[in-house]
Design a protein around this ligand. Structure first.
Ligand SMILES: C[S@@+](CC[C@H](N)C(=O)[O-])C[C@H]1O[C@@H](n2cnc3c(N)ncnc32)[C@H](O)[C@@H]1O
Length: 223
């Protein structure tokens, strides 16, 4: 990968990101987005022999929108990692937490999170743009080591539409939007294999949003 001083991710400033996210309301509406297509969702369950995953984790969880709308339906217990305390407070106060569906909540950034247990499903959506390339590789390596034998990691992120195929820096929330090629380089460097990838469908065209891609990852086989 190119020298970090010349790349868009070198502009990432965690303090600026946290300032931005602390300034938005702690509501699901602030997080924006959709859940996986039914087809992709079936894939996760099929990869777990048709049953529910036991232990999942929602990384960069915000107020728990994805946990509430999707992960709690495919996992028995969902941990959460999110650096903004007013967002994790919403999860701490939720019915899902009282019911034991939300498990451990870690109020910290992914760059500072080392999994303490094994996960069947690690879900990370719309937040890895806050990590530099090397932080993202290191985080993905930690996740790889934390997967159960049949465990799956899913990354769902916007893709860069830069005219010359570069990652794009956004100063509003101090994040980068990566190209598909960059994501694949990162996963390769972290020892992960992309077992399935799919563009999110179903956004109304009037939204004029960036393409959104899912990557389902498993550790590369060592044979
Ligand atoms: C667009 S929201 C998405 C939240 C959630 N994944 C969803 O889809 O509803 C981006 C989230 O990334 C979080 N975030 C910011 N910096 C982060 C970091 N270093 N590590 C993990 N999450 C971070 C923000 O606080 C915010 O909750």
């Amino acid at each position: 990968m190119a020298d970090s001083h010349t790349t868009p991710d070198s502009k990432i400033d965690h303090a600026a990101s946290l300032k931005y996210w602390n300034s938005v309301p702690a509501t699901t509406g602030s997080m924006l987005g959709q859940f996986p297509s039914p087809r992709f969702a079936v894939y996760y369950q099929a990869s777990n022999l048709g049953g529910k995953f036991h232990q999942g984790v929602d990384c960069g969880a915000g107020v728990g929108r994805v946990t509430e709308g999707f992960l709690s339906h495919v996992c028995e217990v969902v941990d959460a990692v999110e650096p903004v305390a007013k967002f994790t407070q919403v999860m701490k106060d939720s019915q899902l937490k009282r019911d034991g569906v939300i498990g451990t909540i870690y109020t910290r950034g992914l760059e500072d999170w080392t999994p303490e247990k094994k996960y069947d499903l690690i879900w990370v959506q719309w937040c890895v743009g806050h990590l530099t390339d090397s932080q993202l590789i290191d985080y993905t390596v930690r996740c790889r080591k934390a997967l159960t034998e049949n465990g799956l990691m899913v990354v769902k992120e916007n893709l860069s539409t830069h005219f010359s195929g570069q990652d794009m820096y956004d100063s509003e929330d101090s994040s980068v939007t990566r190209t598909d090629a960059k994501f694949r380089q990162v996963f390769e460097a972290a020892g992960m294999e992309v077992v399935k990838s799919e563009l999110q469908k179903g956004f109304p065209q009037s939204f004029n949003l960036l393409p959104v891609q899912f990557y389902a990852l498993r550790p590369k086989s060592t044979n």
